[in-house]
Design a binder for this molecule. Structure first.
Ligand SMILES: Nc1ncnc2c1ncn2[C@@H]1O[C@H](COP(=O)(O)OP(=O)(O)OP(=O)(O)O)[C@@H](O)[C@H]1O
Ligand SMILES: [Mg+2]
Length: 645
C-alpha cells in the first residue's frame, strides 16, 4: 500500500501570515503589548549605551593617569574617584532599569503567549464545529488533530521569543548604528559592510529552510494521522497480522519526516557558525583598522564628533562591534523559528479559512400553544407542542405546527458532482407514519437520511418538512426536531448517564431512566459495575456492540423528537433483545414520523410504507403485503432473508 501525503498545503507559507498572527495576538492583548514594547525599547537602549560608559570611564582613567604623573597617586585618586563612582553608579542604575524592564516584558509575554495559544485553540475548535460533514469526510482526522498540537506549538516559540527578540535586536542595532557613527564614521562603515554580508547569508540560507519547515509540519501531520488511524484500527491490524507491514509503512512516513526536518534544521544549524565566523573576522578587522587609526598620527581625524580616534573610542567600539554581530546572529536565529511558525500558522489559517457549513435558514423551531381563539402562538414555556416560526418579508410571522410531514420531490444527489448517488427520489412520510428503506448495501439508504438532516444538500429537487422547504429551516432547529440513531454508534468519554443525557441536556435523571427503559437498556445498565455511573471510555469499548446501540437508542429517546431516523438501529442485537427493543421502539415511534433502515426485514415488516432502493432509485414501494404479493425485489430480499434466518 502506498500512502499519499495529505496535501492541500502550499510549499510556501501564504503571504501575510505573519501579519495575521500579529493581528490575532494584538486583538486580545493590546494594552499588555504596549507595555511590552515600551519595556523592549528601554531595555534595548540600556543594552546599547554600555559603550558610552566604557568610553567615559576610559577617558577618566586617561585623565587620572595625567594627574598621577604630575601630582602623585593621592591627588589622582581624590580627583578621579568621585567621578568614576558617579559614572559606575549611573551605569548600575541604568542596568537595573534594564533588568526590571526585561523581567516585566518576559513575564507579560509568558501570559500573552499562553493566552494567545488558548484563544487560537478555542477559535480553531469553534471553527471546527461550524464545518460541514464533508470536511471531516475528506481530511484525515490525525492531520486535523495535529493543528492542535504541532502547529500550535510552533506559535509558542514565535510569540514568546522570536518576535520580542527581533524587536529588541532591531532596536539595539538601530541605537548602535547611531552611537557607532557618532564615534567613528570609518569604523562604523566597516562594521556595516560586514553586517550586510551577514544579512545576505541569512536571507539566502534562511529562505531555503522556510520551504522545508512547511514540509516538516506537513509530514508531522501525516505521521500523527497515521498513528491515530493505527490506534483506532489496532484490532484489524492484529487480526490480519499486519504489525510488520504497519511498522514498514510507519518507517517510511517517519523517514520522510526525518528528511524534511533534517533539511529544515540543517540550514538553520549552519547559519549560526557561519555568522559567528563572519562576526569574528569583522572584530579583527575593526581592531586592526581602529588600532591603525589610533597609532597613525598623520591619519586625518575622520570622526563625526570632531574628536581624534583615541583609545577611549576604540575600546568601546570593539565592544559594540561584538554586540552588533551578536545581535544580528541572534536575530537570524529567530528567522528560523519564524519560518517554522509561519509554516504551522499557515496550516492553522487554512483550517480557519475553510468554508463553514452554510446556513441560510430563517425558519426556527419554537415552543407553541393554542390560544383561546384556537390559534397557534409562540410560548415561552416548555409545552410539548412545537411550531415552525416563519418570518415573512412584510414583517408578519406565521406559525406552522410541527407534525413531521416529510416529502421528497424529484431529488437528485451526489457526494461529488461527478457521481450521482440518488436519482429522482420522490417519497412522502405523513405525520405518524413509519417509512422503511430497504435495499442492498450501497443502495443509498443512509444517503437519504443524510439529506433529511442536511448533512449534505441536494443537487436538484425539493425536500419539504411540514410544507416548508428544508433549506429555509435553520439547521440547528431542523436537527433538533429529528431524533437520529446513526448507523455507527458514537459514545463519548463520560458516564452512561451523561451519554444518554446527551440527547437533551436538561433531561432529569428520571427522564433518563425512562428513556433507557423505553430502549430496554435499563436492565443491562443496572447490571454494570457502577450502574448509570459507569464510565465509558474509547467509544464505549467496555460495552458490547449491541449495548452501545441500546444506549444510542436511549439517547435519541430522551430527546423526545417528533421525527425519528433509525439507521440499522437493531443490526447488532440478538433476536430476543431485538424483540424487546422493538417493543420499546414501538412505544417510542407511537405518534411520530419514523424513518427506519434495517437489513432485518422483520424489523420493517410493520411499517406503513416500505421503499425498496436499488442503485439510488426507488424501485418498489408499498406495504409489506403489497410488496410480497408483487413478487419483486422485496419478495426476493424478504424470502432470502427468511431462508437465511
Ligand atoms: N461520504 C461519502 N462520500 C462519497 N460517496 C459516498 C459517501 N458516503 C456514501 N457514498 C456513496 O454513496 C452510495 C450510497 O451509500 P449509502 O451509505 O447511502 O448506502 P446504504 O444504502 O446506506 O448502504 P448500507 O446498507 O451498506 O449502509 C455508495 O455508493 C457510496 O459509495
Ligand atoms: Mg447505510
Amino acid at each position: 500500500m502506498t500512502r499519499k501525503q495529505p496535501m492541500g498545503g502550499r510549499p510556501k507559507a501564504k503571504k501575510g501570515t505573519l501579519g495575521r498572527v500579529l493581528r490575532f495576538v494584538t486583538r486580545y492583548y493590546r494594552p499588555a503589548l504596549i507595555v511590552v514594547i515600551v519595556c523592549l525599547v528601554i531595555s534595548a537602549i540600556v543594552n546599547s549605551v554600555g559603550g558610552l560608559f566604557t568610553n567615559r570611564i576610559t577617558e577618566l582613567i586617561e585623565e587620572g593617569l595625567g594627574v598621577y604623573y604630575v601630582y602623585g597617586p593621592n591627588t589622582a585618586l581624590a580627583q578621579i574617584m568621585p567621578q568614576v563612582l558617579k559614572t559606575v553608579l549611573t551605569l548600575a542604575a541604568v542596568y537595573l532599569t534594564g533588568l526590571i524592564c526585561n523581567f516585566t516584558w518576559t513575564r507579560i509575554m509568558a501570559s500573552v503567549t499562553q493566552g494567545t495559544l488558548r484563544n487560537m485553540r478555542n477559535t480553531m475548535f469553534e471553527k471546527m464545529q461550524t464545518l460541514p460533514i464533508k470536511y471531516f469526510d475528506t481530511h484525515p482526522h490525525g492531520d486535523t488533530m495535529s493543528h492542535y498540537t504541532n502547529d500550535i506549538e510552533t506559535l509558542r516559540q514565535l510569540i514568546s521569543q522570536s518576535i520580542p527578540s527581533l524587536i529588541s535586536s532591531g532596536m539595539i542595532l538601530i541605537s548602535l548604528v547611531f552611537i557607532m557613527l557618532y564615534f567613528s564614521v570609518w569604523l562604523a562603515l566597516v562594521v556595516f559592510a560586514g553586517a550586510c554580508l551577514m544579512l545576505f547569508v541569512t536571507k539566502t540560507i534562511g529562505g531555503r529552510s522556510a520551504r522545508y519547515f512547511i514540509r516538516q509540519q506537513r509530514s508531522l501531520g501525516h505521521e500523527e494521522g497515521y498513528v491515530e488511524e493505527m490506534m483506532t484500527g489496532q484490532k484489524v491490524v492484529k487480526v490480519f497480522c499486519h504489525e510488520d507491514a504497519c511498522k514498514k509503512e510507519f518507517d517510511e512516513i517517519n523517514e520522510q519526516l526525518f528528511r524534511d526536518a533534517e533539511s529544515a534544521n540543517r540550514f538553520a544549524n549552519i547559519l549560526m557558525p557561519i555568522l559567528g565566523n563572519i562576526g569574528n573576522l569583522l572584530y579583527v578587522l575593526v581592531v586592526f583598522i581602529g588600532g591603525a587609526l589610533v597609532i597613525g598620527a598623520d591619519i586625518p581625524n575622520l570622526s563625526l564628533s570632531g574628536k581624534a580616534l583615541d583609545i577611549a573610542v576604540l575600546i568601546p567600539f570593539m565592544g559594540m562591534t561584538r554586540q552588533f554581530c551578536m545581535n544580528i546572529n541572534q536575530a537570524s536565529q529567530h528567522v528560523n523559528s519564524i519560518a517554522m511558525a509561519l509554516a504551522g500558522a499557515s496550516r492553522i489559517f487554512d483550517l480557519l479559512d475553510e468554508e463553514p457549513e452554510a446556513d441560510e435558514g430563517y425558519v426556527t423551531l419554537v415552543n407553541a400553544a393554542y390560544n383561546k381563539k384556537g390559534e397557534l402562538v409562540e410560548s415561552d414555556k416548555h409545552t410539548s407542542t412545537w411550531a415552525w416560526k416563519h418570518p415573512h418579508e412584510d414583517g408578519t410571522v406565521t406559525y406552522t405546527l410541527l407534525q413531521g410531514d416529510v416529502r421528497f420531490t424529484d431529488v437528485d444527489f451526489g457526494y461529488v458532482p461527478e457521481k450521482t448517488v440518488l436519482h429522482n427520489i420522490s417519497l412522502y412520510a405523513e405525520p405518524g407514519q413509519k417509512v422503511a428503506f430497504v435495499g442492498s448495501t450501497g443502495a443509498g439508504k443512509t444517503t437519504i437520511t443524510n439529506l433529511i438532516n442536511r448533512f449534505y444538500d441536494i443537487a436538484d429537487g425539493k425536500v419539504r418538512y411540514d410544507g416548508i422547504n428544508i433549506n429555509k429551516i435553520k439547521k440547528a432547529d431542523l436537527r433538533r426536531s429529528l431524533g437520529v440513531i446513526l448507523q455507527e454508534t458514537n459514545l463519548f468519554t463520560g458516564t452512561v448517564m451523561e451519554n444518554i443525557r446527551y440527547g437533551r441536556l436538561d433531561a432529569s435523571d428520571e427522564e433518563v431512566y425512562a428513556a433507557a427503559q423505553l430502549a430496554n437498556a435499563h436492565d443491562f445498565i443496572t447490571r454494570l459495575p457502577d450502574g448509570y455511573n459507569t464510565m465509558l471510555t474509547g467509544n464505549g469499548a467496555n460495552l458490547s456492540q449491541g449495548q452501545r446501540q441500546l444506549i444510542s437508542i436511549a439517547r435519541a429517546a430522551v430527546a423526545d423528537p417528533p421525527v425519528m431516523i433509525m439507521d440499522e438501529a437493531t443490526s447488532s442485537i440478538d433476536t430476543r433483545t431485538e424483540a424487546l427493543v422493538q417493543q420499546g421502539m414501538d412505544g417510542l415511534m407511537c405518534g411520530r414520523t419514523v424513518f427506519v433502515i434495517a437489513h432485518r426485514l422483520s424489523t420493517v415488516r410493520n411499517s406503513d410504507v416500505i421503499m425498496v432502493l436499488e442503485h439510488g432509485r426507488i424501485i418498489e414501494r408499498g406495504s409489506h403485503d403489497d410488496l410480497i404479493a408483487k413478487h419483486g425485489k422485496y419478495y426476493q430480499l424478504y424470502t432470502g432473508a427468511f431462508e437465511l434466518d
